[in-house]
Design a protein around this ligand. Structure first.
Ligand code: GLN
Length: 388
């Protein structure tokens, strides 16, 4: 293809490391612990609800911001779980996953040339989506093992062009769960410098040691926060693309307008199925989910320690960052390829989540696998560890 047919905003980008690793993994028939595919079976109830919705001809466009039943269910969840009230009529927009919510929010609320602060390690899709929206992402390093941040450093990176800060809690890839005190510190900065807060809470039900706190629930923050999420991970339906953005009415209206222009609406029958799921499941569904993932995390972190790829044990989400130095590779990409070819298990190079060198010493594993696949991956890695 002729390079001059490619827009400047994407010409410098390569396909994500996450996608590239899935291809490399499939090529050798490996176990994919790279991409956060979440290949555990979806709940029967949700699958049945989707079939019923299709059979009942729920096949047309919904309202641009989603069908009423799902918006009502989400508003209810926000009140009960996130402790923030959003009006289902004009403050919630159903999107194509949290990624769709983020893309729409950036387009709707920020201008080209604006700076957006992002904690590092960051989810590469956040960084690059901001970049193609014409924004300048600015990293704020988090220091392991707790991934603490330095408030003075945040202040020092704020310029007259800074318009927003992104919070991802629980975080991908760090597993960091921002405490209430940390969120209060960030909130104070948002208020002082009149910043928007975009908060991606897609892993909100996956916390292991602490409670999940939503930024929008803090005093003074609801009006300047966009809360984004999806049911991809909660209901193991990453390919359905049902997510949402919630914000005060003027912001939600702008986000909804962009969502309409880009996508018209999210898939109608799948919206209905997710609404049925939210209406049906009680709190124990979500606490069981966290317990299930906690077990997977523990099994896998123990294995990583055993084979000398020391993990930074995550407090939430379903990824584990591990020290790759035992592989003796020149960089993280080489370490990931070496591990894939020697053990048949794929992980993502840590460099995909950092601007600087720090990521070169890390690999990210995703533990959202069935128990059988996780056990197989552990066996293969243990064999690798014994041989190398
Ligand atoms: N969020 C998931 C991850 O970080 C999936 C991303 C993707 O499939 N592109 O791996």
């Amino acid at each position: 293809m002729n390079r001059h047919h490619i827009a400047a905003r994407v010409a410098g980008l390569t396909q994500s490391e996450i996608r590239a690793m899935t291809r490399a993994c499939n090529a050798v028939g490996g176990i994919n612990m790279g991409q956060g595919v979440c290949d555990v079976p979806a709940e029967l109830l949700i699958k049945e609800a989707a079939k019923t919705a299709i059979d009942s001809d729920i096949s047309l466009y919904t309202r641009f911001d989603g069908e009423e039943r799902l918006r009502r269910a989400l508003a209810h969840k926000f009140t009960n779980y996130n402790k923030v009230n959003y009006n289902f009529e004009n403050e919630i927009c159903v999107t194509l996953g949290a990624s769709g919510a983020f893309a729409c929010a950036l387009t709707a609320l920020l201008n080209a040339g604006d700076e957006i602060l992002m904690f590092e390690p960051f989810y590469g899709y956040h960084w690059n989506t901001a970049y193609i929206a014409g924004l300048n992402p600015v990293p704020i390093p988090l220091a392991p093992p707790d991934f603490a941040f330095d408030v003075e450093l945040i202040r020092s990176r704020i310029t007259p062009k800074t318009r927003a800060i992104l919070v991802n809690t629980p975080g991908n890839p760090s597993g960091k769960v921002f405490s209430r005190a940390e969120l209060e510190t960030i909130a104070a900065i948002c208020i002082e410098f009149d910043l928007l807060c975009l908060t991606d809470e897609v892993y909100e039900y996956l916390t292991f040691d602490t409670e999940h706190v939503s930024m929008a629930s803090l005093p003074g923050m609801r009006e300047r926060t966009v809360t984004m999420g999806s049911y991809s991970k909660t209901f193991s339906i990453t390919g359905w693309r049902i997510g949402y953005a919630a914000a005060s009415e003027p912001l939600a209206r702008a986000i909804g307008m962009v969502n309409d222009l880009y996508y018209n609406c999210a898939p109608a029958p799948l919206q209905r199925a997710v609404a049925v799921g939210i209406e049906t499941y009680g709190p124990e569904f979500y606490t069981d989910l966290a317990k299930t993932y906690r077990k997977k995390r523990d099994i896998f972190c123990e294995l990583l320690t055993e084979i000398g790829l020391d993990p930074i044990v995550p407090k939430g989400a379903y990824y584990v960052l591990a020290d790759n130095r035992r592989l003796g590779a020149a960089n993280a990409k080489d370490a990931a390829m070496k591990l894939l070819h020697e053990s048949g298990v794929a992980a993502i190079a840590g460099s995909a989540f950092y601007t600087g060198e720090t990521g070169e010493g890390l690999l990210r594993f995703c533990v959202a696998k069935s128990d059988e696949d996780l056990a197989r991956a552990c066996d293969q890695l243990r064999n690798w560890g014994n041989k190398h």
